[in-house]
Design a protein around this ligand. Structure first.
Ligand code: PMP
Length: 296
């Protein structure tokens, strides 16, 4: 079997600081503040039928994430949106995943971030489904992550900041090493938080329950799915969820721009069924992103 094509060795165009550059030339120097101190923020968004779903929200969140890390992106939300559309077109993509990323450059090598130029790049590619569709159809098997989401006073938890993915990728590696698909992370208090790259929902007696986003991203998909549920008259309960309670839930699913709505069959010792309510919301989300039902 051929090795998967490396992300730095592909055909195509990447938007880099205002211009489209050939894919292989979109590089940074090893002495870059972002690489040493994780001073980078990014977005993950998807285009469906040529339209980037919730583009304005994603571009706005990129700005907000940068502000939380103490910098301003020198392109406006609208300019970032226009650049995203340019990238899709340049790469002849109709359906695809997009990764805008903003980072501090190479002017300074100390911890102090002040004085570094801010860069912005946007790449897009055909990524298919984030989780293996066969596994997702039966529901993912989640490990319980060895790492906990940090308290809001110990990390900039509301920024989609590269540094916060350290514990996510360690937890994912740990889970995969033990034969699981992903991991459920608790927070610093021991409450249920989220998966390594998606928010978590639970179903019981026709209602959905999800923890409040106190130490993790209030996902754009999370809010979208909550709206879809309310439109169907499904009660949405946002509240602290403790692991002991997981036994009482019938269904579980994850939400994220890449994950979309993904069913879960187990999280650690707790088992769930792939049920009608989860299936309905997954279908509603699919209908919404492809424009079969109106965007609110
Ligand atoms: N939490 C984490 C850690 C994520 O990486 C993501 C994906 N961006 C989410 C939640 C869901 O966010 P969204 O629905 O905005 O993609």
């Amino acid at each position: 079997m051929a090795a998967p094509q490396s992300y730095d060795d592909r055909d195509g165009w990447i938007w880099y600081d205002g211009t489209l550059v050939p894919w292989r030339e979109a590089n940074v120097h090893v002495l870059t503040h972002a690489m040493h101190y994780a001073s980078a923020v990014f977005e993950g968004q998807k285009a469906y039928g040529g339209v980037v779903f919730k583009l304005q929200e994603h571009s706005q969140r990129l700005h907000t994430s940068a502000n939380i890390l103490g910098f301003e992106i020198p392109w406006s939300v609208d300019e970032i949106g226009a650049a995203c559309n340019e990238v899709l077109k340049a790469n002849n993509l109709v359906d695809g995943y997009m990764r805008p990323i903003a980072w501090r450059g190479s002017e300074k090598m100390g911890v102090s971030p002040t004085g570094n130029t801010i860069h912005l790049a946007i790449a897009a590619w055909d990524w298919g489904k984030y989780f293996d569709p066969e596994k997702a159809a039966k529901g993912l098997r989640l490990d319980i992550a060895p790492w906990r989401r940090p308290a809001p006073y110990t990390a900039p938890v509301h920024s989609k900041a590269a540094g916060l993915y350290m514990i996510a990728s360690l937890s994912k590696q740990h889970a995969e090493g033990r034969g699981y698909d992903d991991a459920l992370m608790m927070d610093w208090r021991g409450q249920v938080a989220e998966a390594t790259g998606a928010n978590a929902f639970f179903v019981r007696d026709g209602s959905i329950h999800t923890p409040p986003p106190e130490c993790f991203l209030d996902g754009i998909t999370r809010r979208t799915v909550m709206d879809l549920a309310r439109k169907r008259g499904i009660e949405v309960v946002e509240r602290a969820i403790w692991p002991e309670e997981l036994e009482s839930f019938e269904q579980m699913f994850l939400t994220g721009s890449a994950a979309e709505v993904t069913f879960v069959q187990s999280a650690g010792p707790w088992n769930f069924e792939v049920g009608d309510l989860s299936r309905q919301l997954a279908k509603d989300y699919d209908d919404l992103v492809y424009g079969r039902i109106p965007n609110s």
